[in-house]
Write a protein that binds this ligand. Structure first.
Ligand code: NAG
Ligand code: NAG
Ligand code: NAG
Length: 473
């Protein structure tokens, strides 16, 4: 049934006159919703799982849904059975200074983060008792609207990546160049690179990074919603798109809505952009990461090691095939790498990896200096297009490499090696600047640099890695 009125919605969408102001300054403002008598408030409750802030196409501010009202729509005053199966009719009353609007709405809760609805036009007259009359006034040709939860937790994207694709959009068909979908380090993100095609006049290449927020099915059709995350100039309410997709074993087709209104996704072919993709693959591991990076020896209790970056606090987890760097704060993966070449140079290992970092990918030369059981230094080159060049001068330029020190999570403190007090060279105030090794505690180094007093602090020694644990000016 939905498919039928979606089709109708497409047909009339051009003629549709928006009822809501396009840029309402204060959508969160409840002042437009005048208090009703308590009895009528009890009469209509919206499901609590709809509550929250939601973006609607072209609106810069999110709408607020509570269990009794929706900003711009007013307060719910009555509910009844609808012609749409489980979905109910909700009657809303919106009162503004010198106007009143009674409106019937039907909702489709597609996903925790995606709520679709249809609504009738404003009726200037109405009452809770007139619900069936007002709701009968709207039919298949009212457009479907889509709401996207403002603080949606990202969800895994349902299409496979990496992939190659050709596409057709409103300007024409681009088949002569291969466009690509890249998997990002986080499984909720994809990078779509649309190539420019000579057969389309004025075609430009474009990169869209999308973050998936929810997938759903309707009558054997599969959909997902995503947010464009690399177009900062767009209003929040313009950043969302709906996707309809079909999968085959080696690829599939995806229809993408023209905007956040998500109208017209009746079939993949009717979408404003249609891509045909074939699954591609990333290089697989050719070697294994050195075992000192991976697990404890049996006498240390075995188990997987977890490394913590001194520079970023990110957590690095390394298995035989995969090196995953994750953010503790967001729980997301920042990068994943597989081992392509590995060379043991004694205390140093030189490893070429295939790295997916954020939504970029390429080969990278990594030098791992093994400082101690608990401390490694990791020096990374730039991303290279192939493994052969990764460790060439161009990609391991000293000034462009990134340096990080990783500490084994749960490192134990060590006693300082050079017990005593040391003067700092180059500090001309006599007796002022000094290092005390192991004075107040065996594992502590007290830095007392009076020429630069704000650098004074206490450092705990984890073998040769120095980790500041607090300032004691
Ligand atoms: C992070 O990477 C690991 C290992 O590949 C994977 O199992 C996990 O699903 C990833 N997590 C996210 C949020 O992408
Ligand atoms: C995808 O495109 C890349 C680069 O154009 C090419 O190397 C690769 O073979 C293609 N894969 C498929 C499955 O077409
Ligand atoms: C130390 O303090 C001075 C003056 O208060 C300030 O300019 C400088 O940036 C500080 N240095 C550090 C490392 O905080």
């Amino acid at each position: 049934m939905m498919a039928i009125w979606l089709l109708a919605a497409l047909a009339v969408s051009r003629a549709h006159q928006g009822l809501a102001p396009v840029f309402a300054p204060e959508l969160d403002d409840d002042s437009v919703v005048h208090m009703q008598a308590p009895s009528s408030a009890d009469a209509c409750q919206l499901p609590p799982e709809w509550s929250g802030r939601w973006f609607l196409n072209e609106h810069n501010q999110p709408l607020k849904i509570t269990t009794t009202s929706i900003s711009l729509k007013g307060r719910c005053v009555a509910t009844s059975e609808s012609g749409y199966g489980q979905a109910k009719n909700y009657l809303f009353k919106l009162e503004t200074k010198n106007d009143v609007c009674w409106r019937c709405m039907v909702f489709f809760f597609e996903h925790h983060n995606v709520l679709q609805f249809k609504e009738s036009r404003c009726s200037r007259t109405g009452s809770a008792e007139m619900i069936s009359q007002i709701c009968s006034g709207f039919n298949g040709d009212d457009p479907m609207m889509t709401l996207f939860r403002a603080d949606a937790h990202p969800q895994p994207c349902p299409i496979d990546a990496p992939a190659n694709f050709t596409y057709r959009d409103m300007k024409g068909s681009c088949r002569s160049r291969m466009s690509t979908i890249d998997a990002c380090a986080s499984n909720s993100k994809l990078r779509l690179r649309f190539q420019a095609c000579p057969e389309i006049t004025y075609s430009e290449s474009q990169v869209d990074d999308i973050e998936c927020i929810g997938a759903w099915e309707y009558h054997n059709s599969r959909y997902f919603a995503a947010k464009l995350v690399n177009h900062p100039a767009l209003f929040e309410g313009e950043k969302y798109r709906c996707f309809m997709y079909e999968k085959q074993s080696d690829g599939g087709r995806v229809g993408i809505s023209a905007d956040a209104a998500c109208r017209g996704l009746i079939g993949v072919d009717s979408a404003s952009t249609v891509i045909d993709y074939k699954i591609d693959s990333y290089p697989t591991a050719q070697c294994t990461f050195p075992s000192f990076l991976r697990h404890y020896h049996a006498e240390q209790g075995g188990g997987q090691k977890k490394w913590e970056s001194v520079a970023t606090s990110d957590i690095h987890r390394i298995t035989a095939d995969e090196w995953v760097e994750g953010s503790v704060a967001s729980g997301e993966n920042r990068s994943t790498a597989v081992c392509i070449q590995e060379e043991d140079l004694g205390k140093t290992h030189r490893i070429v990896v295939y790295l997916v970092s954020g939504c970029s990918r390429g080969y990278q030369c990594i030098k791992v200096h093994r400082r101690d059981e608990q401390v490694i230094e990791v020096v990374r080159g730039l991303l290279a297009p192939n493994a052969l060049e990764a460790c060439s001068e161009e990609y391991i330029d000293e000034h462009l490499m990134t340096y990080d020190t990783l500490l084994l999570a749960g490192s134990v403190e060590q006693h300082c090696p050079n017990h005593g007090r040391y003067k700092i060279h180059g500090c001309d105030q006599d007796n002022a600047a000094s290092y005390y090794f192991g004075c107040s505690a065996k594992h502590q180094l007290i830095v007392n640099k009076q020429c630069r007093p704000n650098e004074t602090g206490t450092i705990v020694l984890l073998t040769r890695a120095l980790k500041t644990i607090g300032s004691s000016r």
